[in-house]
Ligand binder design. Structure first.
Ligand code: DAH
Length: 356
């Protein structure tokens, strides 16, 4: 009786196994026969009622049925897996011609870009790069460039003091004396770097960047300064750019000047700017000029402080003189890219920085 049941059951199982067309269906078949409450288990529960003499034979038969079912399951399983894999492969194609996902590339900060441009432009005129420390002596930052003790620039409100006699340099002019002391003429250096002032709003940062230039040689004249700056202006702001010098006062130069470049955006400037003739120019406010830097002829007092007696005519007859200039890098970057708020420069927002 039980023997027949077992035979029928295993025949039924094998047929269901061969008909299972997915792994999931096969698993259900497995559970329905071999699971704890599966048909085979149920049948085997009846083994107790079989006469003891027949039990070993029936037991062996039951094991045999179980083994057959298990091996059929195993076979069908690998068949189905193979089938499913090949179906998947034929459906899911890899298209090697699709564009790759683009990598996020970093970009150079506008301050870095402008600094590099300045170094390159002045480099073509023979200026070599020099650097100086950002933590500077009060002497080199002030006295050495002829800024006396009672000068308002020394006020605690403008200057970060690190300790007695030590400041964060407030301008790159602080390198002038270092260079004048350590080198004899000819000197033609450019010093880029960070400078610090106690100041912060939409147009001022407590830390910003300047580039300082110093040229000392025999017979250097104001016209050399002008020619040098004109070259720089055309290279940086466009070939049509003009410059103008307005007399101004800086303690370390005499005479001193503030230097403007013609607006490169609007027709009010004398450049071949692409802007319109009418309406207000957002860059120059219709003045046609942009203030860019300070400059002048090196004050004789600086040579004196450096211990150089350049005042006397040398053997070749021409006096050794010099000119200096200093400019703010952020300001130039803002003008060139029409950046509305200086604080964007330090915000580190890649959506802003990625545009340059
Ligand atoms: N040091 C000045 C400043 O920070 C800029 C400057 C003006 C530099 C005139 C110079 C110069 O070398 O000749 O505002």
């Amino acid at each position: 009786m039980l023997r027949n049941k077992l035979d029928a059951l295993s025949a039924q199982a094998l047929s269901e196994i061969s008909q299972a067309s997915t792994s999931e269906a096969l698993e259900l078949v497995r559970i329905s026969y071999l699971g704890k409450k599966g048909s085979l288990s149920e049948v085997l529960k009846g083994l107790g009622e079989v006469p003891a003499a027949e039990r070993p034979a029936i037991g062996a038969l039951a094991n045999e049925s179980k083994r057959k079912i298990e091996s059929a399951l195993e076979n069908q399983k690998s068949l189905l897996e193979e089938k499913e894999l090949s179906q998947k492969l034929s459906k899911e194609k890899i298209d090697p011609t699709l564009p790759a996902r683009s990598l996020h590339r970093g970009s150079l900060h506008p301050v870095t870009q402008v600094t590099r441009k300045l170094l390159q432009v002045f480099g073509r005129l023979g200026f070599e790069v020099t650097t100086g420390p950002e933590v500077e002596t009060e002497f080199l930052n002030f006295e050495a460039v002829n800024i006396p003790k009672d000068h308002p620039a020394r006020d605690m409100q403008d200057t970060f003091f690190m300790g007695p006699g030590v400041v964060l340099r407030t301008h790159t002019s602080a390198v002038q004396m270092r260079v004048l002391r350590s080198q004899s003429w000819p000197v033609r250096i450019l010093c880029p770097g960070a400078v610090y002032r106690c100041d912060q709003d939409a147009t001022h940062l407590p830390m910003f960047h300047q580039v300082e230039g110093l040229w000392v040689d025999q017979g250097v004249k104001m016209s050399d300064l002008k020619g040098t700056l004109e070259f720089f202006a055309k290279e940086v702001f466009g070939p049509g750019t003009k410059i103008r010098l307005r007399p101004s006062y800086f303690p370390f130069v005499e005479p001193g000047a503030e230097v403007d470049v013609s607006c490169f955006q609007c027709a009010n400037g004398t450049s071949s700017g692409s802007g319109k003739k009418t309406g207000s120019c957002r860059i120059c406010k219709d003045t046609g000029w942009l203030e860019i830097l300070g400059a002048g002829m090196v004050h004789p007092r600086l040579f004196e402080l450096a211990g150089k007696n350049y005042e006397l005519p040398n053997s070749l007859g021409k006096k050794v003189t010099g000119f200096a200039f200093g400019m703010g890098v952020e300001r130039i970057a803002m003008l060139l890219h029409q950046i509305p708020d200086l604080r964007l420069m330090t915000a580190g927002d890649t959506r802003f920085l990625g545009q340059f």
